[in-house]
Write a protein that binds this ligand. Sequence first.
Ligand SMILES: [Zn+2]
Ligand SMILES: [Zn+2]
Length: 333
Amino acid sequence: MVRLRAGLGAGALAIFVALLATSNAAQTPRKWYKGNTHTHTVNSDGDSTPDAVVRWYREHGYQFLVLTDHNYLTSVAGVNALHGADDKFLVIKGEEVTDRFGDQPVHINGLDVSEQVSPQGGASVTEVMQRNVDAIRKASGVPHINHPNFRWAVTADDLKRVRNNKLLEIYNGHPQTNNVGGGGVPGMEEAWDAILTSGVLLYGLAVDDAHTFKDPGNPAVAGPGRGWVVVRSERLAPRAILDAMERGEFYSSTGVELAEYDVTAEGIRLAIRPTAFSKYRIQFVGNGGRVLSEAIGTSAVYTFTGDEGYVRARVLESNGAMAWAQPVTVARR
Ligand SMILES: [Zn+2]
Ligand SMILES: [Zn+2]
């Protein structure tokens, strides 16, 4: 994380932006890579082999995929030999460490873990999360916390207390994950804003959690192609992709593609690659989930004032698709 200063003339407002996206933009050319970080195969409760699962993503315009079977580290050497190609497609190994506290499921992905990680248990939901995050880090993996509203198991207050984790699912394509909340329980975007407002910086993921490839188009099953990330990285390699994600250099989507996204010390500039029949709203959100500004159309610019706490952009498409850019911290000094 790099801190930049802007507007330091006499009497000028100095705004410090914890700048994630542009620190090395001038030196290293970077590309956008589309990927899904949560997928199952027959090695746990998926309906298809690693070969068939990887083939689906390669044939549907993705550049990377993480296989995350429940408590099983599926080998990716064979599928990378078959389907991997330099700068075109990569399979990253991973595991969904599948634990529980009582009857509350606690599932945490370990991306690129060096070895299989066993569920660690614990005396509370928070402790189960923390012990599994720590075990994933110990295995050189990158943790991400999955579907908090699945069986209403994990709250924003639980999530705020977890250390050494940067990634949180805010959209999961499995039909039982309650992304938008209900019955008095906040949706994942509202929970994310509560966490960000408390000063804990987490980056929001959209994922498939795909299990079912043999029943295409059925919304009642966990099919592929529903939520993904687009990562800005200098190359397509496991650590380059995962390090970029842990710096927040990605956006999440359920169907909106960005043509441009840049953060500077002054503000955020964003443009959409529109589809023919859609209309768009672009919103910038700050402390407390407050909408700071809204633009109608396919591009928008937001200028920091220094009072926002954090700023994140989101795009609402007229058929319900969304894109979520990652928050940047803004503070007046
Ligand atoms: Zn799960
Ligand atoms: Zn899963």
